[in-house]
Design a protein around this ligand. Structure first.
Ligand code: NAP
Length: 284
């Protein structure tokens, strides 16, 4: 049996759709914290088990008879996020899960600016300590976050973002989901670490140029605002302080090159070229 945490999220839902092309719905367990909120019809076809990352007993119940677990990283941050992810690893170990496939952060290092990287490093360490087989997908930023990153730039013709000349190897979340389905059903991925990126890294100035080219009717520029102004703007949009902190840390991470690494692992996992950023932008 293959179980998936965060199954009702974007990556979880997409992975289940790819998995259903490879295994029977009865072999898939979608672990969600709010079964009553499920709307996706594909997920409704697979087995649903309820577990909140904060509830060890629910997690253990949900992992009964599971051999392979896709542990999708949590949306919580800081110590809460670390504890939630550790709960999942401990439950997997306790219930005899054989392999964990975990969605981690690109090229993690202990002095990373991006706060989520520290959580990912702690969870990788917990998984290693558990002695279970593992596969880590160290994901770069999703292309699908670009609309949120650029805000209303299509109207204002300006991307206001404090990333300096830092580049991002944006990657399609759908491509990641397809690669995960291949890993979950493949046999040669035990104890492997994959850096999951697009095929090119772009600075925000280059991103603005690409949007200008692909969306022929607009000319967009990048303005490298200060971290202070960025934070003030986030707070003015009623974004909670912990989320603002995470977003500021992400911008600082981009600025210092934490998302610029480019790797061919995704192309090999998909056995085709990953989606190019220009193609994604055309679809916006
Ligand atoms: N690489 C990137 O660019 C990027 C961008 C955003 C996020 N991420 C990370 O990648 C993960 C997957 O991305 P995504 O787009 O699928 O995110 P998403 O759509 O926000 O899905 C996250 C899932 O986590 C579940 N979840 C959160 N807290 C939980 C808890 N306490 N107990 C049980 N489930 C919980 C949510 O459940 P509900 O449906 O009940 O809310 C949701 O289904 C995210 O969780 C985040 O860690 C990466």
């Amino acid at each position: 049996m293959i179980a998936i945490t965060g199954a009702n999220g974007n990556l979880g839902q997409a992975t289940i759709q790819f998995l259903l092309q490879k295994v029977l719905p009865t072999e898939i367990i979608a672990i969600v914290r709010n079964p009553e909120k499920l709307t996706n019809s594909h997920i409704k076809n697979v087995k649903i088990r309820k577990a909140d990352y904060n509830n060890q007993q629910e997690l253990e119940e949900a992992l009964k008879r599971v051999t392979t677990l896709l542990q999708i990283s949590t949306t919580s941050t800081g110590e809460t996020g670390k504890r939630q992810e550790k709960n999942v690893v401990l439950a997997a170990k306790a219930m005899g899960v054989k392999r964990i496939v975990y969605t981690s952060s690109l090229t993690p290092k202990s002095n990373a600016h991006f706060l989520a990287t520290h959580q990912a490093m702690a969870t990788e360490e917990e998984i290693r300590k558990s002695g279970l087989d593992y596969t880590f997908l160290r994901n770069s930023l999703y292309m699908e976050v670009i609309p949120a990153l650029i805000g209303n730039a299509m109207e204002t013709k300006e991307i206001r973002y404090p990333s300096g000349d830092g580049r991002v190897s944006f990657v399609s979340r759908l491509d990641i989901a397809e690669a995960i389905a291949n890993i979950l059903t493949g046999s040669e991925h035990d104890n492997q670490i994959y850096e999951i990126t697009g095929d090119t890294a772009y600075s925000f100035t280059e991103l603005a140029q690409l949007i200008s080219i692909e969306k022929k009717c607009i000319k967009i520029n990048h303005t490298d605002i200060s971290e202070k102004v960025f934070r003030e703007e986030l707070i003015s949009y009623q974004i909670p302080v912990d989320v603002a902190d995470l977003l500021v840390s992400m911008a600082n991470g981009i600025k210092s090159g934490e998302f610029s690494y480019v790797d061919r692992a995704l192309e090999k996992l998909l056995d085709r070229k990953p989606l190019a950023l220009a193609e994604y932008i055309k679809s916006l």
